[in-house]
Write a protein that binds this ligand. Structure first.
Ligand SMILES: [Zn+2]
Length: 276
């Protein structure tokens, strides 16, 4: 794994001069909103120590994350799974009330929500290659093509279940699209204490935001438990947002990779040992 630093700055001449002087590659975007410089740099990069030493109190946005190797991903027993974001749930103002039972949910961040109805979308996704698809705002839901559901059911049996997806305008089912119905593991799974947390002002739930360095630590699972996909009982997110995390077994990840099914990304978990 590599520790990677992400920087973004707007109209910050001193930061741009610094990365130019150190010959660090960056993305440069000019628009009516400003002049942006984005840098991703690994701590293993020769230029990192000098950048770090010269950052001083330059006013740039800076976050830290971990980039995992293909080997670390392939060898991990359990993995976080995520999809790309391609459209908004409908109606944009009010999808929560229509889609979720909120009777036990926080009125600010909606931890405690339970899906009670199909998602409503503008229509089908237009992405041609991805067979796993996702939404803005709602990060713990996976949409899927029916032929992929049949492939997964042949491999993993009845544990692969689905829900219909509705077109918001017509109320009819969107053809050739389903939502994967992912069960919640109703016990503690994520045990990592070395993460960035945010406590909701209203419900007091400590939501996890991210881990900066290394794999997220979890408790072990029993044989057969959680497989092939589950949602954590722990909540993640910041501000008004809350979500569970989607977790996939090694067998699920390998099936997806071996069959070249596109649209999911995986991040390894450190299951059953101390924080690392
Ligand atoms: Zn809350």
């Amino acid at each position: 794994m590599e520790i990677v630093h992400h920087f973004s700055s707007n109209r910050n001449r001193a930061f741009k001069d610094l990365v130019d002087r150190l010959e660090i590659p960056y993305d440069h975007v000019e628009s009516i909103l400003g002049e942006f410089v984005y840098v991703d740099i690994s701590e293993s990069d020769d230029r990192w120590p000098e950048l770090e030493a010269n950052l001083g109190n330059l006013d740039v946005s800076h976050t830290v994350g971990t980039r995992f190797s293909k080997k670390e991903i392939r060898e991990s027993d359990w993995l976080l799974a995520g999809v790309g974001e391609f459209q908004y749930p409908q109606p944009e103002n009010g999808y929560r009330e229509i889609t979720y039972d909120l009777s036990n949910a926080c009125k600010l961040c909606a931890t405690g929500k339970n899906q009670k109805a199909p998602f409503r979308l503008r229509g089908d996704f237009t992405q041609k290659r991805a067979v796993f698809l996702g939404l803005h705002w709602v990060f713990d839901v996976i949409f899927i093509r029916p032929h992929v559901v049949r492939m997964l059911q042949r491999e993993f049996g009845d544990s692969i279940r689905t829900l219909p997806v509705l077109c918001h305008r017509t109320g009819k089912e969107v053809e050739n699209l389903l939502q994967l119905k992912i069960p919640v593991l109703e016990r503690e799974f994520i045990t990592d204490t070395d993460m960035i947390f945010e406590v909701c002002n209203l419900c007091g739930v400590a939501k996890r935001i991210r881990k900066e360095r290394g794999m997220i630590a979890t408790s072990p699972l029993e044989e057969g438990e959680g497989s092939p996909l589950f949602l954590t009982s722990e909540w993640f997110g910041a501000g008004r947002s809350s979500r569970r995390q989607i977790v996939a077994s090694n067998a699920f990840m390998r099936f997806v990779e071996n069959q070249k099914l596109r649209g999911l990304r995986f991040e390894p978990l450190n299951t059953g040992s101390a924080n690392q």
